[in-house]
Design a protein around this ligand. Structure first.
Ligand code: AMP
Length: 401
């Protein structure tokens, strides 16, 4: 069984082809600059040479056609024919309250994803473009949608409601949804497997910290709280996003600076976080370099980031009445030795003790960085959202047969 996983953005499309008999990646790649001059397709077939092609790709249907051409190419391909693809899995950001897990693509599912455009105006429309493009290029091949929000649908009402007039929830579904659910679910499962413990008995805090960043409290294998809210702006300080702030800051600044809704949205999503405080970069590598060199702006950005992260870890230990395991994942979580070290050195009250040498090891595999004495297991687990989507796709397609 071969599954093609697609992650469609407004001007990009990432893909990964799996052979699900052994979950191996046959090929992966990326189409960039869709709808612009000189679109770029980078195709990486496993065991063969990477190839880059520049051409004009005006929309997603052409992008997928080009990808399929590469997958079946004599020289760079990994398939004899497109018919070998048994199913397609799509990443979709917002599943609202309707999707509590991954689902088969049906006309109703597509209509529901469209109804959610309001809540994810940047992300759900390209997902629909990706689905339509796959349907055109691979008619009859079953397709599945996997949602960033679905894993968090287990949150209780007391957790997902905002303490604001309830009519706003009834009329507009204003509530907390969370994001990065596929990643939080994946790494929490791998953590339990790695520790050889039943996930049903575990209290895990998963820290997905990359460009976007969120924490989830996973109790008994389900999400009981997560730091992102109505949109991926709530919660932690991120590369360019503010995370939590007093909502009055928004109205106050709009009034004082005469900003429109889109300007203030752009300020909070694209010009805040590490970038705003350092004044130089949203990339944790640059922030860390500046902090190590004693530059004041980067140092403040690093300290704010670390402080806000550890406050959330404390909050989620409280939310679950304890914590057995903390998992670091995504770009910063998997790679930044100093972020992990500085966060964990303030968690000794929870019984956290990490081994500085284990923390320095770099590897692409799940690994423990806590000492044998630590009361809390601290793990670094590379996330793999594509594999999680491929597994869901396989399961759902087989169930539907
Ligand atoms: P992601 O969104 O998960 O792809 O994460 C991307 C982010 O990870 C980058 O913007 C960097 O801030 C961060 N990152 C990647 N490598 C490192 C590293 N070696 N040290 C610190 N941060 C890193």
């Amino acid at each position: 069984m071969k599954v093609l996983v697609i992650n469609a953005g407004s001007s990009s499309l990432k893909y990964q082809l799996y052979d699900m008999t052994d979950e191996s990646v046959l090929a992966k790649g990326l189409v960039e600059r869709i709808g612009m001059d000189s679109s770029i397709l980078t195709h990486k077939p496993t065991g063969k040479e990477e190839v880059t092609e520049v051409s004009e790709i005006l929309e997603h249907t052409t992008a997928i056609r080009k990808v399929l051409e590469k997958l079946t190419d004599k020289e760079h391909g990994v398939l004899n024919s497109v018919e070998e693809i048994d199913a397609v899995g799509h990443r979709v950001v917002h599943g609202g309250e309707y999707f509590k897990g991954s689902a088969l693509v049906t006309p109703e599912a597509k209509a529901e994803i469209r109804r959610l455009f309001d809540l994810a105006p940047l992300h759900n429309p390209p997902a629909i473009m990706g689905i339509t493009a796959a349907e055109v290029n691979m008619p009859g091949v079953p397709q599945v949608v996997a949602f960033d929000t679905a894993f968090h649908q287990t949150m209780e009402e007391k957790v997902y409601l905002y303490p604001i007039p309830k009519v706003l929830y009834k009329k507009h579904r204003v509530r907390r949804y969370g994001a990065h659910g596929t990643s939080h679910q994946y790494v929490s499962r791998i953590a339990a497997e790695y520790l050889n413990r039943p996930i049903e008995d575990m209290k895990i805090i998963t820290c997905h910290i990359g460009n976007g960043a969120s924490l989830t409290a996973v109790k008994g294998g389900i999400s009981v709280d997560t730091s992102m809210g109505l949109t991926p702006l709530e919660g932690l300080m991120m590369g360019t996003r503010s995370g939590d702030l007093d909502p009055t800051v928004v109205t106050f600044v709009m009034n004082k600076e005469d900003l429109s809704i889109s300007e203030v949205n752009s300020m909070l999503n694209k010009h805040s976080g590490l970038l705003a405080i350092s004044g130089s970069s949203s990339d944790m590598r640059d922030i860390t370099d500046g902090w190590e060199a004693g530059q004041p702006n980067e140092t403040l950005a690093f300290e704010m980031y670390e402080y806000r992260l550890r406050k959330y870890i404390g909050a989620y230990a409280a939310a679950m009445d304890g914590v057995d395991c903390i998992v670091f994942t995504a770009g910063v979580g998997e790679n930044s030795i100093v972020v992990r070290e500085n966060v964990c050195k303030h968690l000794t009250y929870l019984g956290v003790e990490i081994d500085p040498e284990l923390n320095k090891i770099r590897s692409g595999d799940p690994r423990r960085i806590s000492t044998p004495n630590s009361k809390v297991e601290v793990l670094v687990i590379p996330t793999n959202e594509e594999l999680m989507i491929a597994r869901d796709t396989l399961r759902i397609v087989q169930e539907a047969k």
